[in-house]
Design a protein around this ligand. Structure first.
Ligand code: MG
Length: 232
């Protein structure tokens, strides 16, 4: 498979031993020359954007705790709880890999997700990485906020409950759906392409599913198995 299509899900961790969503896993994805590397963003009580999959870290709700409190627990490899800013600084050295920046759904509600989306966009802009970043979210409100802020922003909606036509009409320029959504809606990839939407699927770890989506012309495949995908 063209390496430009392969997006490492939470970095390249599965076959490298690096923790998911760590600077180490991001660096592995960069050094493997993946087309993209995906990571998850949550916002702390004191407004830091941190990289972690869950809304909780070390048993603490991220949005209700300060970064200093959260970072008392380190990642398994000894890293600090990563900051978005550290990810962006590293990314400046690897311009050939796109960043797939997922704004997580905030437990306190849509307004908090929108705020995290806006602050993420501002930080990406500050580092001059807007052309290298695809913003993704399960929060429909967050995706709408991003396209309202920047009509050129690369944005993909994750939930899978909206057809390509609905996204196009809302001004959202891409979709990143669970692969089963494309199996249930076999005309959606073709439709999305005809509307000029960018297309992506998560989390595709099986060769036969990758091959089926590639045949349908998908733009990106998000996978825990980037080494395998790049070998196809
Ligand atoms: Mg994610």
């Amino acid at each position: 498979m063209a390496q430009s299509k392969v997006v490492a899900h939470r970095g390249a961790w599965k076959n490298t031993g690096a923790p998911q969503n760590s600077l180490e896993s991001l660096k592995h994805a960069f050094e493997m020359k993946c087309g993209g590397s995906e990571f998850d963003i949550n916002r702390t009580l004191d407004g830091k954007l941190v990289i972690n999959h869950d809304a909780d870290y070390a048993g603490l709700r991220i949005e209700e705790h300060t970064y200093a409190d959260l970072n008392k627990t380190k990642l398994k490899n000894g890293e600090d709880l990563p900051l978005l800013e550290s990810f962006l600084k590293l990314a400046k050295k690897y311009p050939n890999t796109l960043l797939f920046a997922e704004i997580k759904v905030a437990p306190s509600g849509a307004a908090a997700s929108e705020k995290a989306a806006e602050e993420t966009w501002k930080m990406v802009k500050k580092y001059k990485l807007l052309k290298h970043t695809v913003f993704i979210s399960f929060s429909y409100e967050a995706t709408l906020k991003l396209v309202a802020l920047d009509k050129k922003a690369k944005v993909q909606y994750l939930t899978g409950d909206k057809s390509p036509d609905v996204l196009k009409a809302a001004g959202i320029p891409g979709l990143d759906y669970h692969f089963s959504v494309f199996e249930k809606n076999p005309d959606w990839l073709k439709k999305a392409k005809s509307l000029g939407l960018s297309t992506n699927a998560w989390t595709v770890n099986k060769q036969e599913v990758m091959e089926s989506l590639l045949k349908q012309g998908i733009d990106y495949l998000t996978t825990d198995e980037p080494e395998m995908a790049m070998g196809l």
